[in-house]
Design a binder for this molecule. Structure first.
Ligand code: NAD
Ligand code: 89Y
Length: 343
């Protein structure tokens, strides 16, 4: 079968990882790129040898010649670009965060459904090797039925030098990073029925919150905590590791710093190294994220070829994005938010 032809919109900081990922993916290749900034277009076009280059997405869609689009722009352009893809009946991948509001995200899902095209949100963290290892351990039944969990991302890493816009928005850590941690909580312990949250801004140089503590009730009856911080200075910087604790009826599981997984039950304790692979184009400490970019793009390609729904389809990701909205609502009102009322 020939490779699926793809086009990528948004040639910024993170798209370089996506372009490397596409080079490694079996069954797909990027044939056209677009960025409204000619400098970024040239840098990425030259680095990856892409001849078809556009500064206008509408022109690129009008010219066509590709079977999917990968939207790697920042959030404010997501709805217009996904709707453009739907209008041209081109299957679309859209970076997180889904959209500026839940209403926009719902409209995007509806537009793609009406056009009969798949939409996948590039929610890559659940594809990280250590997170997949936790999922596998739970699926094996090693700790029985989970009743409690903690999903923790606490860092002092300077994310603002690579992504200066993160310091500017009214919203920061929940929308940018906590969105991944909330998705991991859903992926591991299932859908969420209610949530309460508290936030803080510690770094005076940014506009949004950089600390959040969120309490989740899961459909299954399990309770979990999602805690995220970019204001935490530690002896050894853990960026970008998500640490996980799960207690189950038959045992417990701990994913700790350094990508170590410990599973304990009546049979004893098993420790394993679940570190991500350092792909040839990747660099530490980003390699954990970079490997998951390749993994989700391979998943998209395989799903598109076989007509299967992706793990983080637009419809699925509405349930993660609702948790982001709910966390901001709860932090403002100090009330518990019923997730069902948002969906
Ligand atoms: P960036 O600002 O560096 O790059 C965005 C690029 O998109 C810019 O070059 C800009 O000119 C271009 N652009 C914006 N609107 C456009 C439009 N309508 N048409 C054409 N080009 C347009 O941003 P970034 O840091 O690369 O982040 C991009 C997205 O990736 C964000 O949503 C961010 O949250 C996400 N991100 C995801 C991960 C992850 O692990 N999934 C990691 C980092 C960033
Ligand atoms: O934008 C964020 C993301 O999605 O992963 C890490 C990040 O780059 C900074 O928080």
């Amino acid at each position: 079968m020939p490779d699926l032809k793809g086009a990528l919109i948004g040639c910024g900081f993170f798209a370089v990882n996506q372009m490397h990922g596409w080079n490694d993916v079996k069954g797909a290749a990027i044939v056209a790129i677009c960025d409204r900034d000619p400098k970024r277009l040239k840098i990425v076009g030259d680095q990856f040898g892409i001849v078809r280059r556009y500064t206008d997405a509408a022109q690129m869609f009008a010219d066509g010649g590709f079977e999917f689009v990968d939207i790697a722009t920042t959030v404010n352009s997501h709805r217009a670009l996904v709707e453009m893809a739907a209008a041209h009946r081109v299957p679309a991948i859209c970076q997180k965060p889904f959209a500026p509001t839940l209403a926009d995200a719902k409209a995007m899902v509806a537009a793609c459904a009406a056009a009969g095209i798949p939409l996948m949100i590039h929610e890559n963290f659940r594809w990280q090797t250590p997170i997949q290892a936790v999922r596998k351990a739970l699926d094996s039944g090693a700790i029985g039925t989970p009743f409690w969990g903690r999903f923790s991302f606490r860092s002092g890493y300077d994310v603002f030098s690579g992504q200066p816009y993160l310091a500017e928005g009214k919203r920061f850590i929940i929308e940018d990073l906590g969105i991944h941690t909330l998705d991991i909580a859903r992926y591991i312990l299932g859908d969420v029925t209610a949530l309460s949250a508290r936030t803080k801004r510690v770094n005076p140089k940014i506009n949004g919150e950089d600390v959040a503590t969120i309490l989740l009730d899961h459909d299954s009856g399990a309770t979990s905590i999602v805690d995220v911080s970019y204001a935490t200075k530690q002896a050894t910087e853990p960026f970008p590791e998500t640490l996980i604790e799960i207690d189950g009826t038959e045992g417990s599981l701990r994913l700790s710093q350094g990508y170590e997984l410990q599973v304990t039950n009546a049979g004893g304790t098993v420790n394993s190294d679940v570190a991500p692979t350092l792909l040839p184009w990747a660099s530490r400490p980003w390699h954990n994220i970079q490997e998951s970019v390749f993994a989700i793009q391979q998943h998209w390609t395989d799903s598109l070829r076989h007509g299967k729904e992706t793990s983080t389809s637009g419809a699925d990701n509405l349930k993660t994005f609702a948790l982001v909205e709910a966390a901001y609502e709860s932090a403002a009102s100090k009330a518990t938010v019923d997730i069902g009322t948002l969906l």
